[in-house]
Design a binder for this molecule. Structure first.
Ligand code: SF4
Length: 359
């Protein structure tokens, strides 16, 4: 019977299980150390009745050991509302842990780093959304989940990269404010055939090409993911020149040009599924590099081309060691005060209802 790495407290058994998956990518002495930490994390989980949620971008040793549930933002949002266990240890970044707290306020939510930021979440505030609402009265606001609670609180409905088009179309509104990811907004506009503008809120500034007298279907914002914005069409061309048989898969936080130059676009879970189902000789994932390791660990027949100079400095703060510290010292408890929490919850629940139906 296959060992359950989410529960075993036997460090030797954990080491053998990790070695079976990661021997080609993690040195043996590191695997032994990681196995010991992972076994201790499982002991602490059992002692505290904790549940560990892990985003697809987590480092391989963590991702393939103690995470009780794994997935993309949408899957983890849903799991945060339903997963048994308290505390929830969220292996991701702060806005994701906030979402868990918003949906499960009675539970303790721990983020194993004091920082865990995100360039998208930091690009916009609740006050910015209120100013946009004043400029576009009555226009519904759709906000990517990669935002903090004060922004979600000002939002009609959230979305993720996997359901952005579905959420926008579900509103049946002739105009939608779509925040804050510039490239995701452009990719939604491209996929739905909608026009888009990126207004400035400063009356002294030019309108960035957006004529205030023209009706645009989408109103965007200039937030960007500091990881995905770095991929270029030149990267894609260079990789295709060297590996003509490569399948290129992009996350929709990449620019529309990069998406256009790719063979497939989708959320992290859609990218994983697509690699598993495709029959290409090799794959290039235009997203956080850890995900390529995590896919290969489960699909050793898949060959990856990696652009690993592009890493998320926020996701990379989460390690097995600080998950252990989170459980030992309650590091770092995430709180979302009222009334923002209740208002933010409504916008997340509307998204979950659009994606999964009424609960
Ligand atoms: S990969 Fe980009 S969107 Fe995701 S947490 Fe890092 S900075 Fe934010």
């Amino acid at each position: 019977m296959r060992l359950d790495t989410r529960t075993t407290t036997d460090a030797d058994a954990m080491y053998e299980a990790l070695r079976a998956r990661l021997a080609d990518m993690v040195p043996d002495f590191e695997l032994r150390h990681k196995a010991e930490v992972a076994a201790e994390v499982n002991r602490l989980k059992a002692e505290r009745n904790a549940v560990v949620l892990g985003h697809n971008y987590m480092e391989a040793a963590l991702f393939h050991s103690v995470c009780d549930y794994k997935g993309d933002s949408l899957q983890l949002s849903r799991l945060a509302a339903e997963a048994p266990g308290d505390p929830i240890v969220f292996c991701g970044v702060r806005f994701m842990a906030e979402t868990a707290k918003i949906l499960s306020p009675e539970k303790t939510v721990l983020l194993p780093t004091a920082r865990g930021g995100c360039s998208l979440a930091e690009s916009i505030t609740g006050a910015d959304v209120r100013r946009l609402r004043q400029k576009y009265p009555g226009v519904p606001v759709v906000t990517y989940v990669n935002t903090y609670a004060d922004v979600k609180a000002e939002t009609d409905v959230c979305c993720t990269s996997s359901n952005a088009v579905q959420v926008v179309e579900s509103l049946e509104s002739d105009q939608v404010i779509f925040l804050p990811d510039e490239f995701l907004a452009l990719n939604v506009a491209r996929e739905t055939g909608k026009s888009i503008t990126f207004p400035t809120l400063d009356p002294e500034m030019p309108q960035n090409g957006g004529d205030p007298n023209i009706h645009y279907d989408l109103v965007g914002w200039h937030g960007r993911c500091e990881v995905h914005e770095q991929f270029t069409t030149e990267d894609v061309v260079a990789v295709r020149r060297q590996f003509p048989d490569v399948m290129v898969l992009a996350h929709p936080e990449c620019s529309p040009d990069v998406v256009e130059a790719s063979d497939f676009v989708g959320s992290t879970s859609a990218l994983i599924r697509s690699v598993q189902e495709a029959d290409a000789s090799r794959y290039l994932l235009l997203t956080e590099c850890s995900m390529a390791d995590n896919i290969v660990a489960e699909n050793p027949d898949k060959e990856m081309v990696r652009l690993c100079s592009v890493r998320c400095p926020h996701m990379n703060q989460i390690t097995l060691e600080n998950v252990q510290n989170a459980l030992l010292h309650n590091h770092y408890e995430v709180d979302v005060p009222e009334p923002a929490r209740t208002r933010a919850r409504a916008s997340i629940e509307r998204m979950l209802e659009i994606s999964f139906g009424p609960r």
